[in-house]
Design a protein around this ligand. Structure first.
Ligand SMILES: NC(=O)c1ccc[n+]([C@@H]2O[C@H](COP(=O)([O-])OP(=O)(O)OC[C@H]3O[C@@H](n4cnc5c(N)ncnc54)[C@H](O)[C@@H]3O)[C@@H](O)[C@H]2O)c1
Length: 247
């Protein structure tokens, strides 16, 4: 497997899936930029791999994206940042009929607008180089509504699939490939906001018999950036152990 790009930016890079993607790309010899609001969790990995740089940035802020990320524009971009608030501050389930516009907008800003802004930042260089790889991390929730996912999260992930298709057609003539990955239920902080019992019960619904691991997603992101996927664009790869097998 060959990856022509020399550098990669991974948003939400210090979360469960982001860190593992960072590790795999670093071990493949790439210059890796992990972008996150909280970079402490990336310190140990960056210590081990001198080709990993941590950049602190609030991806909900257009001005921070423009000013802090511009120096690190890369050949490959993994739009991975995402949040999935299921409970409000009082501990109540987030429901459509009580959701504030602010709650809605927060999820849309991080899960959709940040992908657009980071992509916009990268496209001029990718177009000039006639090379680019963009991988958008969506979710099986875009297909199924997921498990306990609130309506803003599901909507945001479905939006990313539309973003992926439309962008792929627009930039394919410039040698830029754009694909999405739909993770199933993956063991990270995002799925640890419910009890272990719930996660274990979940396993019974997964034909593969286990929750996904960050590396299951990271390997597919690596594949999508490689020559093995050189004719793939505008698609979404389902990585879920059989949890969802629909159209
Ligand atoms: N874990 C799962 O089961 C699962 C399933 C389907 C899809 N996904 C998607 O995979 C992606 C990665 O999720 P994960 O499981 O690694 O989650 P995670 O919570 O472990 O990591 C998310 C990271 O994003 C960062 N982040 C959040 N808001 C930010 C902001 N405004 N600015 C900068 N950084 C910010 C967090 O600090 C965190 O490090 C997300 O898009 C998520 O929706 C995850």
């Amino acid at each position: 497997m060959q990856i022509d790009g020399k550098s990669v930016m991974i948003t939400g890079g210090c979360g469960g899936i982001g860190l593992e993607m960072g590790r795999l790309f670093a071990e493949a010899g790439k210059d890796v930029v992990l972008v996150d609001a909280k970079i402490d969790a990336g310190a140990a990995l960056a210590d081990r791999h001198k080709n990993i740089r941590l950049v602190q940035c609030d991806l909900a802020s257009e001005s921070e994206i423009e000013s802090r990320l511009k120096p690190y524009v890369a050949d490959m971009l993994i739009n991975n940042v995402g949040i999935s608030p299921k409970f409000d501050k009082a501990g109540n389930r987030v429901r459509t009929w009580t959701m504030t516009l602010d709650q809605w907008n927060t999820v849309m800003t991080v899960n959709v607008t940040a992908h657009f802004l980071c992509t916009r930042l990268h496209l001029p260089r990718m177009m000039e180089n006639k090379y680019g790889r963009i991988v958008n991390i969506a979710s099986y929730a875009a297909r199924t509504a997921g498990y306990q996912a609130a309506v803003h999260y599901t909507t945001s992930k479905a939006a990313i699939l539309g973003f992926t298709k439309s962008l792929a057609k627009e930039v394919a003539p410039y040698g830029i490939l754009v694909n999405a990955v739909n993770p199933g239920r993956i063991e990270t902080a995002m799925t640890r906001d419910v009890s272990q019992e719930i996660n274990q019960a979940f396993v019974s619904q997964i034909p593969a018999g286990r929750l996904g691991l960050p590396t299951d997603i990271a390997k597919v992101a690596l594949f999508l950036c490689s020559d093995l996927a050189g004719y793939m664009t505008g698609t979404a790869v389902e990585v879920n152990g059989g949890l969802y097998v629909g159209p």
